[in-house]
Design a protein around this ligand. Structure first.
Ligand code: AMP
Length: 186
């Protein structure tokens, strides 16, 4: 978890590689569907472009199907999911069904202003349609309203690992590894 631009996608790839599991990024799956012009992509695009969340039913079904794939059987890392309380509940149900358990929830903490700069830079290199100043603001707002409350939920469950997301990418990766290596795996 972490606000837009915290470095979730970048770090997710390193963590997944470290543990030999797939990184499942809901944002990446949506973007792939948008570029392929699938019905899911067409549905998701109008929400993404506005910085809004794609409706829970659509997102939940997509994740449910993805974690049922054989490569996720040994375990998986979720990047950008869950983002709402309803998704937390849904995920609990999904993993009860697959026999998995959540080992840890990593939150990358960053300074919001610094992150806006990062995102505007990304807009130039990656050309993401949702990296304009106005949409970034909306994405930050909705993160605060819908997703930040999940931090307390996972803290109460004893799963939360807060990592300082500022600094060099490799430094942040090392902080995450140090914290995760200390977590017993289910
Ligand atoms: P991300 O790449 O994680 O920043 O996601 C990009 C966009 O995809 C978000 O701004 C949302 O519009 C959508 N999205 C990704 N994950 C979710 C989710 N768990 N729930 C709802 N919408 C999502």
């Amino acid at each position: 978890m972490g606000p837009p631009g915290a470095g979730k996608g970048t770090q997710a790839k390193f963590i997944a590689e470290h543990f030999g599991i797939p990184a499942i990024s809901t944002g990446d799956i949506f973007r792939a569907n948008v570029s392929e012009g699938t019905p899911l992509g067409i549905e998701a695009k109008r929400f993404m472009d506005a910085g809004e969340y794609v409706p829970d039913e659509v997102t939940n079904l997509m994740v449910r199907n993805r974690i049922d794939e054989p490569d996720a059987e040994p375990g998986f890392l979720l990047d950008g999911y869950p983002r709402t309380l309803a998704q937390v509940e849904e995920l609990d149900g999904m993993i009860r069904h697959t026999g998995h358990a959540l080992d840890a929830v990593v939150v990358l903490t960053v300074d919001q202003e610094e992150v806006v700069g990062r995102l505007l830079q990304r807009a130039q290199t990656e050309g993401r349609a949702d990296d304009t100043a106005e949409v970034i603001r909306r994405r930050q707002e909705i993160y605060g309203e819908e997703t930040a409350p999940l931090i307390d939920v996972y803290r109460d469950r004893g799963l939360l690992i807060e990592v300082d997301g500022l600094g060099e990418v490799a430094e942040v990766t090392q902080r995450i590894f140090d914290a995760l290596d200390a977590v017993p795996q289910s």
